[in-house]
Each structure stands twice: as C-alpha cells, then as structure tokens.
Write a protein that binds this ligand. Structure first.
Ligand SMILES: Nc1ncnc2c1ncn2[C@@H]1O[C@H](COP(=O)(O)OP(=O)(O)OP(=O)(O)O)[C@@H](O)[C@H]1O
Length: 354
C-alpha cells in the first residue's frame, strides 16, 4: 500500500463510493527511459454519478481508463491501488484491489464486462466483424447474467430496444458493418450495458459522430445512468460535453490530476491556470465577444521530466525557483475542491472566475 496521505476526503469506506483509485501510476519502461503516462492519480467514483475526466491529447486520460480495467498494453506497469466494491449488497460488498489481481486472471475478467464495462470512440474496436451483433451481445449476457440461451436472446433484444435501436429484432442478426455509425454506437452501448455493469467507462464515445447523433448518444447515456443507477466515467477533451455529462470532474495534465471538483465549481470557480486556459479556449455564451485564446505549446512528452509543476512551461503565472523547485501536491482549497497549484488559494493569481 502506498505510504502517503490520501489527498481526497472521500474514500471507498463511504457508502456512496464504488471505486477509489489511490496514487495510480502507469509507467512504460522503454529503451529511451521511463515514460510516466499516469503519475499518481487519485479518483473517486460515486454510485449513480458521472466523473468526467478532461484534458488535452496526451494528458493520460485513456491510459487511466485502461488501468481501471487492467488492459494497459505491455510494457506498461500499473502501480497504486484501484479499490472496487464488488459482490453483495451495501453491507456485504467486499473491497478488491484490482492492481493486485493477475492481469489476465479469472477475477479481473469477471470484473471486466461484469462490474466495469467500457465503450470506445470506434465501435468496430468492440465488435468482431465476423459475428452478428446478437451473438456478441448474447455472449456478454451468457457470461454474466444467465446460462439460458433463449433468455439471453430476450435480454439482448430488450437491451437493444432500450438504447433506441430501430428494428432491434432484425439488428440482432446483422453484422457490425451493416449498421450506420450511430446505430453501431448504440449497439456497443447495449453490449456494454447487457451485463448490468456498475461502472460504465466511456472514452470519447461520440467524437467520431455527427453533432445530432452525438447529442442523442449523450442523452442516452444520461438516461441509462438515471434508470439503472450506473456510475459513469466520461473521458473527453471537450469541456462542453463535460458540462452536459458530469457530476464531478478531474482535470488531467501530464499524467496528473490538476483540479478536482464538482462540475459547477469547475465552470464558475476554477482555480488552476490550466483549467482556466482550457475554459478560455472554448467558445461560450460568456466569452463569445472576446477573442478566444488557445493554450500555447503542447503537452510535453512524459519522459525525463524536470522537477516541479508539469504546467510550468506553459503557465502564465509560473514563478522560477518556486513552481519548478519540487513536485506540487494536490491542495484542498475547500470542501470537495482540490487544486495542484501553489497559488490556488491566492485569489489574485489562481482565484475565482477567469
Ligand atoms: N501503449 C503505449 N506505449 C507507450 N506510451 C503510451 C502508450 N499509450 C499511451 N502512451 C503515452 O502516454 C501518454 C498519455 O496517453 P493517453 O492516450 O492516455 O492520453 P489521452 O489524454 O487519452 O490523449 P488522447 O485524447 O489523444 O487519447 C502519451 O504521452 C502517450 O504517448
């Protein structure tokens, strides 16, 4: 167990928490050195709530979600804790540390697609092209919910109908390539939900879709979350989508969470210069008359990084000898609001508003 204080106040001991990631690290040991894709991330997933994870490309969002399912490709190494409540009701649930499970063992395979399911940007990744949609959805149901094939087909049909699939009976016997992009996305959500997961991880699930279908899929995920009380982890680089989907938000930068709070505070009282820069780079009702700023530079490659704040090289508030002297901890600025910036409590520098 990592020997340090847990920065977030909530923990797996709380009734409404289903998963807690603690000091999660994913490092790739490459010939050129150690690449720190995820570097000490703490997350709390609450029952029936959505945690949004946002940040630019390369911040470590996808690798974090891969770690939660233990599907990090080699030579990635996962460290820290991923504590999941599983099996049984409120009182009897056992807490399992997914990091300790064998990466391809039975227990993690039961969790994958059972307790935790995932949907991707590209549904073709989730489906095999040579089996029908029905066979693939039924496989998940037969694995996790019933052994009876007839019943599994009925559940498959119901699930397809529940995600708004037109002609669900006919779709069951079709192959993935026969569906439109939007319908394939619905089929993938149906497959993910067929096993009644407690947590649905959605990694940029709508980026490839046109705007209307995107809106429909987001609405669908929100409806299913309400109806089934599923927890959702929603990963995106789009703050507009974050606003629509999230209850709480983790802003990631260079493998670390730099700001963590509820969605209203994030938009109305951001404290980290990176969050503010992200907010300033999206068109919105409040800043449509001012020039949009883009964040200068790109996310550094997470190898052989210097000491100090990861945002130092791009931060307008950076102070030499202060911000680049030592790594910056996640600081609690008020209840349920955490910021990784030495000036987070200074109203003039990192303070409320933008
Ligand atoms: N399999 C891998 N092997 C080596 N490095 C990897 C691997 N996967 C990701 N990385 C590196 O880890 C860092 C984080 O990548 P990640 O894909 O998690 O970012 P992201 O925030 O999800 O970005 P995007 O939105 O582009 O997917 C990047 O620097 C990336 O190059």
């Amino acid at each position: 167990m990592p020997n340090r204080n847990r920065p977030l106040a909530a923990s797996i001991q709380d009734k409404d928490v289903i998963l807690q990631a603690n000091n999660l690290k994913v490092h790739f040991h490459l010939d050129e050195g150690r690449l720190k894709s995820v570097d000490g991330v703490d997350l709390i997933i609450r029952k029936g709530k959505t945690l949004g994870i946002v940040g630019e490309s390369g911040c470590g969002k996808s690798v974090t979600s891969q770690a939660l399912l233990r599907i990090v490709p080699k030579p990635g190494q996962v460290e820290g804790e991923i504590l999941l409540k599983r099996n049984g009701g409120e009182e009897t649930a056992e807490v399992v540390d997914l990091v300790k499970l064998e990466a391809d063992g039975k227990e993690i395979r039961d969790v994958r697609g059972g307790e935790i399911a995932m949907i991707f940007q590209e549904p073709m990744k989730a489906f095999s092209p040579i089996h029908t949609i029905g066979d693939q959805i039924m496989e998940a149901i037969l694995l996790h919910r019933t052994k009876d094939k007839k019943e599994a087909r009925e559940i498959g049909l119901e699930t397809l109908a529940s995600v708004g699939m037109s002609n669900p009976k006919q779709r069951l016997d079709e192959y993935p390539h026969q569906l439109s992009g939007g319908m394939r996305q619905r089929a993938m959500i149906a497959m993910a939900l067929a096993s009644h997961p407690k947590i649905l991880i959605a990694d940029e699930p709508t980026t490839a879709l046109d705007v209307t279908v995107q809106a429909q899929v987001l609405t669908l995920i929100n409806e299913l979350k309400e109806k089934l009380n599923t927890s959702v982890v929603f990963i995106t680089h789009d703050l507009g989508v974050i606003a629509e989907m999230s209850d709480e938000v983790a802003v990631m930068y260079l493998g670390k969470v730099v700001e963590y709070t509820d969605v209203d505070t994030l938009f109305y009282g951001p404290r980290h210069p990176y969050t503010k820069a992200l907010l300033n780079s999206i068109p919105s009702v409040t800043n449509r008359n001012t020039r949009l700023e883009s964040i200068e530079g790109t996310v550094p490659y997470p190898m052989n990084l210097p000491e100090g704040c990861g945002f130092y090289s791009r931060c307008p508030k950076a102070q030499s000898g202060v911000c680049n002297a030592a790594d910056i901890p996640l600081i609690k600025v008020r209840d349920n609001h955490y910021v990784r910036c030495l000036f987070a409590e200074d109203q003039n520098t990192g303070g409320e508003g933008q």
